[in-house]
Design a binder for this molecule. Structure first.
Ligand SMILES: Cc1cc2nc3c(=O)[nH]c(=O)nc-3n(C[C@H](O)[C@H](O)[C@H](O)COP(=O)(O)OP(=O)(O)OC[C@H]3O[C@@H](n4cnc5c(N)ncnc54)[C@H](O)[C@@H]3O)c2cc1C
Length: 387
């Protein structure tokens, strides 16, 4: 694989740089990171600016409203927006990075026309209603049920850890449409629905994280009516559609954050030089090893994004390798930061402190490390399945 950039790609980079230098000063000030309604407004404003300039959904296919850019242009976009200090997807995460791409891959033309343009324009925010109290790693154990009544499904149950539920307009929701039985294994009988978050019968109860944020919530569903036309894929075929969603979530959704981690690492090295910690050989070794790790992760990112581009747009299980290593490297980065900065770490601005605390969750969100290891063992290395 050739990882160098062509002249055409460098021209794309130059155009983007110019646009960023003009667009960023027009953005309103960043809201408090704990203010989710404020963050929604800020993130969607930025999304709208990207849309108006033709940079929204760069990596989405053209028939889905995207720009059909090459995987390399997508990577250049991530590099340049991060270098310029532009906002990352934020509240648009689910819509842009996995619900939207799932609808693009699996939805009908009507569904694409209804849901994709508002995601690209930043008009609508999505959340993900997959996990339940007894169905996280074992997602197929979910019990929220949907019973067909005329043109609707009537949904009852509960979801947990639903990121951005407080500010979302839509939820990619997994429901059980057929009870588990001897003839129906638990991963059959599941259906993927798009649920409007303002439907009667939905109660969102925010959960407060270690960092004080209410980024996720419990969601209770009491006879919520969801039109059958909002079903993506066939009834009882939701597990297959879910695998598409998870491929995007693990394969490409986190790639932009590697660039952010590389910038944080460079800032940390500069801080170590300034405060004398650089003289400690152990600190230098840790910083060097992280530098090698993030460089390797960026190469893996390039490979994953290119492979997804070649494979018809849906990333493969290689995303599990990335997710596993990335989430651990991110924790090591912030552990090293605490060693470099010492007590000053607590005095830094709030974003930094929040990033450090939230880095703990990355080995759990989107499937725990143990689950990623199982996937790598069984589906990449071909090792026998555990019992
Ligand atoms: C920041 C954050 C955001 C999230 N956002 C969302 C969201 O928006 N929507 C959503 O639906 N969910 C969300 N989640 C939930 C997340 O997907 C689950 O927490 C995750 O899948 C683990 O499920 P669990 O918490 O039920 O743990 P469990 O499945 O109960 O696991 C407990 C422990 O057992 C281990 N384990 C379980 N099964 C196996 C096995 N077969 N082999 C080896 N080890 C195993 C796990 O690795 C873990 O260490 C979020 C989580 C976090 C932390």
């Amino acid at each position: 694989m050739d990882l160098t950039y062509t002249e055409e790609e460098e021209a794309f980079r130059a155009g983007l740089r110019t646009w960023l230098s003009r667009a960023l000063p027009q953005l309103p000030p960043r809201p408090d990171p704990l203010d989710w309604p404020g963050r929604r407004a800020y993130d969607t404003t930025w999304q709208r600016m990207l849309y108006d300039a033709g940079y929204a959904g760069l990596h989405w296919p053209e028939e889905a409203g995207g720009r059909g850019a090459t995987p390399t242009q997508h990577l250049i976009f991530l590099e340049e927006t991060e270098r310029a200090g532009a906002p990352y997807v934020g509240a648009n995460f689910v819509g842009l990075l996995h619900a939207g791409p799932t609808i693009a891959a699996e939805g009908t033309p009507e569904q694409r026309a209804r849901w994709l343009p508002p995601v690209l324009r930043g008009d609508e925010i999505w959340c993900q209603g997959f996990s339940e109290p007894d169905a996280g790693s074992d997602l197929a154990a979910l019990r929220t049920r949907a019973v067909r009544d005329g043109d609707d499904y009537v949904v009852t149950g509960s979801k947990i850890w639903t990121s951005h539920a407080e500010v979302a307009d839509w939820c990619e929701l997994l429901v059980r449409t057929e009870p588990v039985s001897e003839s129906v294994p638990k991963h059959r009988g599941i259906t993927w629905l798009a649920m409007p978050m303002d439907a009667p019968g939905i109660t969102v109860r925010p959960l407060r994280t270690l960092a004080g944020s209410t980024e996720f919530a419990e969601v209770f569903l009491d006879e919520v009516r969801v039109p059958a036309a909002h079903r993506v894929g066939a009834e009882n075929d939701g597990w297959r559609v879910t695998m598409v969603t998870l491929s995007f979530e693990r394969g490409t959704a986190f790639v932009g954050e590697v660039v952010a981690c590389r910038r944080t690492l460079a800032e940390l090295a500069a801080a170590a030089k300034a405060n004398g910690r650089w003289d400690d050989a152990t600190v230098r070794r840790q910083l060097g090893s992280l530098n090698a790790e993030f460089t390797a992760l960026w190469r893996l990112t390039q490979w994953n994004v290119s492979a997804a581009g070649r494979g018809g747009g849906v990333p493969g299980v290689g995303g599990s390798v990335f997710k596993l290593r990335y989430s651990h490297a991110r924790q090591e980065l912030y552990d090293t930061a605490a060693r470099v900065l010492g007590p000053d770490c607590l005095d830094l601005d709030r974003d930094w402190t929040l990033d450090r605390l939230s880095s703990l969750s990355y080995t759990i969100a989107a499937g725990t490390s143990q689950i990623q290891r199982n996937i790598v063992a069984e589906r990449i290395l071909g090792l026998p399945k555990g019992r």
